[in-house]
Ligand binder design. Sequence first.
Ligand SMILES: [Zn+2]
Length: 78
Amino acid sequence: MAATRYRCTNCGNLTRFDVVTDRRTRAFHHYSVGGALSVEDEQVLSESVVEVTCRWCGHGRAVEVLADEPDGASADAG
Ligand SMILES: [Zn+2]
């Protein structure tokens, strides 16, 4: 799974972002007799990025998504 990369065109930051994500998951909630919960087998059903903020600038107005690198392993037929 390729991670999405970002760049802040305001300050050049490539590595520090606050990312707000809406994520829908399904998981097996396994309770003990005493009621203690352990969450197992969590699967991500859908995921969407709501907001990306540059840590240095404090806003996301200049953040852009980096395109896939052309020489990367892009032949992955998911
Ligand atoms: Zn920035």
